[in-house]
Design a protein around this ligand. Sequence first.
Ligand code: ZN
Ligand code: ZN
Ligand code: FE
Length: 765
Amino acid sequence: MSRTVGLRIHVTGVVQGVGFRPFVFGLAERHALRGWVRNTSSGVDIEVEGRPESVRAFAEQLRTEAPPLARIHDLEVASRPPDGYTGFSIVPSAPVPGAYQPVSPDVATCDACLAEVRDPSDRRHAYPFTNCTNCGPRFTIITDIPYDRPNTTMAGFPLCADCAREYADPRDRRFHAQPVACPVCGPTVWLEAGGAPDAPPTGPDAIAETRRRIAAGGVVAIKGLGGFHLACDATNPAAVAELRRRKLREGKPLAVMVASLEDARRHARVDEAEAALLASAAAPIVLLRRRRVSRIVVAVAPDTGEIGLMLPYTPLHHLLFAPGEHRPEALVMTSGNLSEEPIATSNEEALRRLDRLADAFLLHDRPIRSRCDDSVARVVGGETMFLRRSRGFAPYPVRLDRSLPPLLAAGAELKNVFALTRERDVFLSHHIGDMENLETLQAYEDGVAHLARLFRIDIEAVAHDLHPDYMATRYALERAAAAGLPAVAVQHHHAHVAACMADNGLDPEARVIGLALDGTGYGDDGAIWGGEVLLAGYRSYRRLRHLAYVPLPGGDRAVREPWRVALAWLAAADIPWTPDLPPVAAATREELRVVRRMVELGLNAPSTSSAGRLFDAVASLAGIRQTVDYEAQAAIALEARVDPDEAAAYELGLGPSTIDPVPAVRAVVTDVREGLPVGRIAARFHRGLAAVLAAACVDARAETGIGTVALAGGVWQNLVLLDGVRDRLVRAGFRVLVHRQVPPNDGSLALGQAVVAAAVLRARS
Ligand code: ZN
Ligand code: ZN
Ligand code: FE
């Protein structure tokens, strides 16, 4: 008889709610091992015994053959004497007080579930809430850990006998799938339309009626995974225009859902990496180059040649696109909110807040615990670049090489995402949005409380932006004051650069040259920064250079009215405001008089080094846009116009402490007056800015000996600038860091705040 050996294995990471125990069960059976597996609050425990080579193979394959959604952080393996187990079993969960583990993000419908939904003989045929251990809702329905059905919003749906059998069978795909449901025992959909006297249509009838209404040009609010969408026919210009009018959203791009990868390819050019991202379990909105032949109306995304597409990620979405009458070709699926408000999540809230926006409501009775907007990403050089990291990714943590104390990092004012830390994990929240109203603040406070509870985080300190008036800053400071916690103020662009360092796994002592380019951030001199060359470590930074200051006439108004910044740059360049120049022509005589006073006297005109505003100014001077509907719209339009064949570049001055755009502004004006095509002006500006930024890095390296550059801040969403700067830096021998796991914009600010605050607190103690 051969020798028997035993192992005890503890696995941490995303290993619950992803089919890990059935996988362990199957693997143990395959190797004829005895023992058990169980969930704990901190991961999964396993004991196995059997022949030495089988036990070894088992331990190896735990890692190499883990289910697709599992993410193993650590696998601790220890030998133990055999216990004489007779079989292999899955034993009840063992809670460990205070322990925590990551929560899985929501996962798009898997192929096996989709096949059932499409199979007329299956008991889940056409059932919109079909899911299994490989797919379905997770973060959005979890109310607490451990991840068991009573701790989800499925608690109110007792399993029918058939579902209970699947749930209890370790050989079934639905073994311990917490959201498991079927038409007998699970949630239902129904359609509510204002004033309709009859009983609302439910199930397949509700979906059919939704399709009919959309085909007829209507707008339907559809309850999804993390909130409501407003849906309309993306090929119907009148429907799109009406949706924009109701939503008060004039120019901002609207996301579009299409049935399949094949369909996506008919509307946009999709390369292999983009296809993989579209069809991934996270199913984000992917920005793609629109095809001319696409029937999706251009007004969906008017400023660029791009379009944001996503694929169906719930069975309900798949049913909206199923073959048959009124099958849509493409659906606008924009977040169900009025501009600036958070996305609606409950039926009552949607019926109240979306009343004027939607003609009908496709509702269901599975509650949404956490609102979660769609994520937005693009592929750059084969790598994913996030623009918004939310559904499908949140609340998965960014994992560091070191432990942090438990912190709340409050995040920014716009595109807010906050962070909570525990040990090596930085839990970045879902997208909270622009902190400009009470609803968003409430969503923020609820989010902080919920994540702190899920991950058992007892906050010991807070990190916040330097800006005293940010809602998130005030929340953090009030919280710190009430609980007597230390608060660490972190300069906005230092946070950006530190976030990029942490995103790339730089060690605690690392230092980099940071090119922090974005729209707005409070500087330590009270000015509005945004075009910064920093020498930065986690703990501190020194400002090496910045874009020369210019007054921002009217403050925030200048963000909406780029002509104001253009006038300020003309004044800085001593160029008279003559009406042949587009920003001058765009203003009334009274406006010109007021802005003149602001610029000359510095009244209501804070100094700014913002790169985003410089792009706005050039877009205005070139005649592209004088006013915008959302921040950076003019800059985005400028980038979209760049003529790739242009070889010339504008010069920007490189002073001892500044980068001076004045020579470039003068050159733009000359070219505008000579009637040079806008595409060439746009290209010359991008090329000139890239060259001067690279030159500033070469200088900084000469001074400091540091050869790593971190590109951080929202302006790096500009791919022409990104490519231009990266190419120049790589050729000059630099190591260039860009964001990978989180966006370059303010959606990653909290990560930077957290790592900076941890370094500051460590130095203090
Ligand atoms: Zn599935
Ligand atoms: Zn059932
Ligand atoms: Fe920023």
